[in-house]
Design a protein around this ligand. Structure first.
Ligand code: ZN
Length: 96
């Protein structure tokens, strides 16, 4: 099976001439990286019976327009995909 290679042109597509990353929304060069702490809830009343997932991703935030992006780790993604707790993932199941 051939090794999958990323296209270097794709990786550079959002970079400016100075090598900083442009905001995908407003194209400014005002993005900064932060440490994030997120509690992710399922929507609606049905979400009350699903786990709340905590994640601590690196956030890239644009100080011009507020656009933010991050990548969730696979373990937390599995909780969101299935709506059930996964070993090692930090979740809250509700109740007291
Ligand atoms: Zn922006």
């Amino acid at each position: 099976m051939p090794e999958k290679k990323s296209n270097p042109a794709d990786l550079r597509s959002m970079e400016s001439n100075q090598g900083t990353i442009k905001c995908k929304r407003c194209l400014s060069q005002s993005q900064k990286e932060f440490s994030g702490e997120l509690a992710i809830h399922f929507k609606g009343l049905a979400g009350l019976n699903k786990p709340i997932v905590w994640a601590f991703p690196k956030l890239l935030v644009c100080s011009q327009c507020g656009f933010a992006e991050f990548t969730l780790p696979e373990r937390e993604l599995r909780v969101l995909r299935n709506g059930t707790p996964v070993e090692g993932a930090m979740v809250w199941l509700g109740g007291m």
